[in-house]
Ligand binder design. Structure first.
Ligand code: NAD
Length: 494
């Protein structure tokens, strides 16, 4: 049912700041419906947010860790209470099915709680005084300063809280910029969090590249925490170069799944897990199995059984229909891009097989829906295989031996996650040779994610890690205070 459009504002120095310019966010399942409006902030407003964060920084950095944790826990308690309504809003503006939006909130809260539970150990284990033969050394973990957090539309809630929680707990202040393709639920979330912190500690501005450039080049920004496309990251690195900013980059991926000859093609649960790792969130997650390589000895049987499993799990339609597992694609540009890759594959002679069922035919015609597809017979170097599709389609290709499978998996500019399916010990041996930040055994994508361990990419999939202790440590600098007993070095002449 359509609702009145929601209007959200920038948050600067603890205030919601109305702005004249705004953009509309439509419902991808029914683009005639405007879900809400976000502000189109100016460069000047971005600067005000950075100045507010910079002003707030010294006091916030000096605030005790207990108080920081306490404030974050109060915010988490409210987010838990508000999860049902925030998840509905996210589903409506994003297009992801409601269970999927709720799952995103669940995993994010799990991370925020983990960060609160562990931050003392992670940061204070470095806050030590060491007495040694040459006096004393004190090592502290200091906050870095103002953090610009820039996020994409795919997982707006997770990818903001993954940055905001550790940044604030570690004593930094933040300016967050969400993507205009899913700005509403994340803004309501940040309104809740920011109220629990002193003015200026958590700020938020909206917009595209103009605001993005300010957030990544301003001299008072000390660190950039960015999740998004690899090409955007290249602009960001250039913008940040003049002031040598700290950087965590979580970028694109084209994750390979290798199906070993000892994979049990009759295991329905394994096949279902693989299907989910291809099509969850309509294929729009950085860490999905985006190309699948199957040993030729089991290829035909695998494909038959995969199609059965996919047809059972994939039910496309209204994100609010509880039977639906796959909603629309988030935006028209993305839909057209994915379709262009499929059309190109067809032109090159590939066979494209439609999967699953469509439950809400009328809506399907109106919205940015795509029928999920399996692509067979594509070449190893075809765009559908080597590009990040970020949509509901997956190429499955045969391979002949293990060396070839490993070579194909590593034949990519990306290295975010990957998966190996088959006998676990055999799979681990293969996994060790894959170039990726994470490799999962007999599962993939968010199904195999564990917030207690670091997550990030190698090669052009990124720099640095989020989640786990590393995800917390990436928001501090190590500061060494030396108090030597022997003050004068013997080899320096009097
Ligand atoms: P995008 O790179 O187009 O946009 C990401 C963010 O950057 C948005 O907020 C956008 O407004 C902003 N932006 C655009 N130009 C900018 C500039 N010049 N300076 C600063 N900011 C700028 O990405 P997208 O289309 O929103 O998201 C999809 C991409 O994100 C995919 O490639 C996907 O793999 C990647 N992603 C990666 C991860 C990960 O953890 N590695 C997670 C989710 C998504």
């Amino acid at each position: 049912m359509a609702q009145d459009p929601l209007v959200v504002h920038a948050i600067i120095n603890g205030e919601q700041v109305p702005t004249k310019r705004r953009y509309a966010r439509e419902n991808p399942a029914n683009p005639e419906e405007i879900v809400g409006y976000g502000p189109l902030n100016t460069q000047e407003e971005a600067i005000r947010a950075i100045e507010a964060a910079n002003e707030a920084f010294p006091t916030w950095a000096a605030t005790g860790l207990d108080e920081r944790i306490e404030r974050m826990r109060r915010a988490i308690a409210q987010l838990k209470e508000k999860t049902p309504e925030l998840a509905q809003l996210l589903s409506r503006e994003h297009g992801k099915a409601l269970y999927d939006a709720e799952g995103e909130f669940g995993i994010s809260i799990m991370w925020m709680e983990y960060a609160c539970d562990t931050v003392k150990d992670v940061l204070q284990d470095q806050d030590q005084v060491q007495e040694h033969d040459n006096g004393k050394t004190i090592i502290t973990s200091d906050a870095i300063g103002v953090v610009s957090a820039i996020t994409p539309w795919s997982y707006p809630f997770s990818l903001s809280t993954i940055k905001v929680a550790p940044a604030l707990l570690a004593g930094n202040t933040v300016v967050l910029k969400p993507s205009p393709f899913a700005p509403l639920a994340v803004t309501k979330t940040m309104e809740i969090i920011s109220k629990e912190f002193p003015p200026g500690v958590l700020n938020m501005v909206h917009g595209e590249a103009e605001v993005g450039v300010e957030l990544t080049s301003h001299p008072k920004v000390a660190k950039i925490a960015f999740t998004g496309g690899t090409n955007t990251a290249k602009h960001i690195m250039k913008a940040a170069a003049d002031t040598i900013k700290h950087m965590t980059l979580e970028l694109g991926g084209n994750d390979a799944a290798i199906i070993l000859p000892d994979f049990d093609v009759n295991d329905e649960r394994d096949l279902r897990r693989l299907v989910i790792s291809n099509f969850l969130t309509a294929g729009q997650i950085c860490m999905l199995a985006k190309r699948v390589y199957v040993h030729r000895s089991i290829f035909d049987q695998f494909i038959d059984n995969y199609v059965v499993a996919a047809n059972q799990w994939i039910r496309v339609g209204d994100p609010f229909n509880p039977k639906v597992t796959v909603g629309p694609v988030n935006n028209k540009r993305q839909m057209e891009y994915v379709q262009s890759l499929i059309d190109d594959a067809k032109k090159r002679g590939a066979k494209v097989i439609e999967l699953g069922t469509v439950l809400d035919e009328e809506l399907f015609e109106k919205g940015y829906f795509m029928r999920p597809t399996l692509v067979l017979g594509a070449g190893y170097d075809d765009p559908i295989v080597v590009e990040e599709q970020f949509g509901p389609t997956v190429p499955i290709l045969p391979y002949d031996d293990e060396e070839q499978a490993i070579q194909l998996a590593n034949h990519s500019i990306y290295g975010l996650t990957s998966s190996v399916w088959g006998d676990p010990e055999h799979a681990i041996r293969v996994a060790r040779r894959i170039e990726a930040g994470t490799t999962m055994i007999n599962t993939a994508a968010v199904q195999g994610l564990d917030v207690r361990f670091p997550f990030g990419g190698v090669k052009q999939s990124g720099i640095g890690r989020e989640y786990g202790a590393e995800g917390l440590r990436s928001y501090v600098e190590t500061h060494v205070i030396n108090v030597p007993k022997h003050l004068d070095l013997p080899y320096i002449p009097e």
